[in-house]
Design a protein around this ligand. Sequence first.
Ligand SMILES: [Zn+2]
Length: 338
Amino acid sequence: MPTLLKAMFFAGSLAAGSWLGLGKPTVEEGRTLVAQAKASADAQAQANATARAEAKARVDGDRPADLAPLPQLADPSNFPSPRPWPELNPDASLTKAWMVAEGPKYAPGNGRRLITLTFDDGPFPETTPAVLRVLATHKVHAAFFVIGRYLDGDEPRAVASRETLQKVVAAGHLVGNHTHDHAKLTGITHTQVLEQIDQGAASIERATGKRPILFRPPFGELDDFGRAAVRERGLDLLLWSVEKSDMKRGDSHEMFRELVGQVEYKEGGIVLMHDIRWTSISALKELLGWLHDHRWDAKHPARIGYEIVDLPTYLREVAAAPLPYASRDELEKERQKR
Ligand SMILES: [Zn+2]
């Protein structure tokens, strides 16, 4: 019986034991089954290769042929309704944007410290709705900087991503542009930066009906071409001041503790997290619980406490009382003296 044993071995390894429990096959049946299993494995390998090629094409930025062409959209120089906060950084200066993120200058005797939340790199149909539930529990409005490419096309995941983003908007959160492909914007041409901005904006506008006015460059990096592109599109450059590498972390409680350390040291700020990881969501839950326990109390206005505000409120307060430092480095020197 060596041939049959061989056939059983091969078929068993290919078909993962799917027939071995059905009784002893004849040699001929064994050969047929081996052939069938091999054909099935070949078909699966072919399907996997096709899926990999499609995924690679997507990552590389080529639009697969099955995606619908971009519909006609408004001219990108047509901006949405006036921003609900004063324009803080018309030159799209990174130095200025980092300073804005640090928050307003607090008057002596004022213990109210502002926090606003931002989430990058979604939407993810799996995790973003969980973030929305956590935010709803605490009645908090945040800003989501999304990747346009996730919203394109007719595949189930793209459809689910658009529906997820619509839920973000329906819940009253702001949506900002985080480029079309999460491209690093330094070292590319001015035209390429504009493409990343415009395609990202178009994807968001198709999904939500609104063209975003907020822009956050991936990795917080922008060179002179990028700054010119952001200026040309009249976008508000928005960075952050509190973040603890949540994309790389495995221990959500440790991440939460470090975020609290940053919040206390910086006396509030713009928090950056990612709505695409469960560990970030766990840390977010703990952070919101802590902020609730340490909230500002109007009955004791001089006692330091935190108030979570939406981004427009945060930016209006920064406009009303900007920090008197030219850069984050200057501010940091002042903090070191405390
Ligand atoms: Zn990002």
